[in-house]
Design a protein around this ligand. Structure first.
Ligand SMILES: Nc1nc2c(ncn2[C@@H]2O[C@H](COP(=O)(O)OP(=O)(O)OP(=O)(O)O)[C@@H](O)[C@H]2O)c(=O)[nH]1
Ligand SMILES: [Mg+2]
Length: 175
């Protein structure tokens, strides 16, 4: 399952691994998209889950999240993560203002007992943009070092740079 805040690049990621090509043509996902991607003799079944649900898209501030408990739309993330082999969390690394919300949502998601032990891949996307945050700071800001109950990896990527190869800067396997 691929989760993350709005416009972080989840659908772009699925396009890149699915077709091997960056596509400029993405629109915000409504609900979710289920995709099967065949790689050699392996078939990946992928849930591309919207960062926000239309009817609640204005309610994304952390204050609201905290005062209302778990907002309905992101509790949907958990539903799509049930029983998966891995969770991919994508974050716009050039938009640090959203890091607090992202951290809150990520840790909230991982706190669900049913997702215990499921490996986590964090991709800090959009490293082509000025002011993007490097992997080491993402790890700190998202408190990835506090996640001790599963394998965690974090990479900095640029999905829109994907022509022949995804640019990866300073890959770091935490655990
Ligand atoms: N500069 C830059 N833009 C990117 C990159 N990856 C994705 N984008 C752009 O970011 C925007 C959002 O991408 P999406 O893939 O639709 O994001 P999403 O996470 O699926 O968004 P929702 O479906 O709304 O949750 C699009 O305009 C993409 O073209 C990147 O590596 N660099
Ligand atoms: Mg999408």
């Amino acid at each position: 399952a691929i989760v993350g805040l709005q416009a972080s690049g989840k659908t772009s990621f699925v396009n890149v691994i699915g077709s091997g090509q960056w596509s400029e043509d993405v629109v915000p996902t409504v609900g979710f998209i289920f995709r099967k991607v065949r790689k050699g003799n392996v078939t990946l079944k992928i849930w591309d889950v919207a960062g926000a649900w239309p009817f609640l898209s204005s309610r994304v501030s952390l204050d609201v999240l905290l005062s209302e408990g778990q907002p309905k739309f992101r509790s949907m993330w958990e539903r799509y993560c049930h029983g998966v082999d891995a969770i991919v969390f994508i974050i716009d690394s050039a938009d640090p203002e959203k890091f607090n919300t992202a951290r809150f949502e990520l840790h909230q998601l991982l706190g669900h007992p049913a997702l215990n032990g499921v490996p986590l891949l964090v991709l800090g996307n959009k490293n082509d943009l000025e002011g993007h945050v490097p992997v080491k700071d993402l790890i700190r800001d998202l408190q990835l070092d506090k996640i001790t109950d599963r394998p965690v990896s974090c990479y900095s990527v640029c999905l829109s740079c994907f022509v022949a190869a995804v640019e990866i800067d300073a890959p770091l396997v935490l655990r």
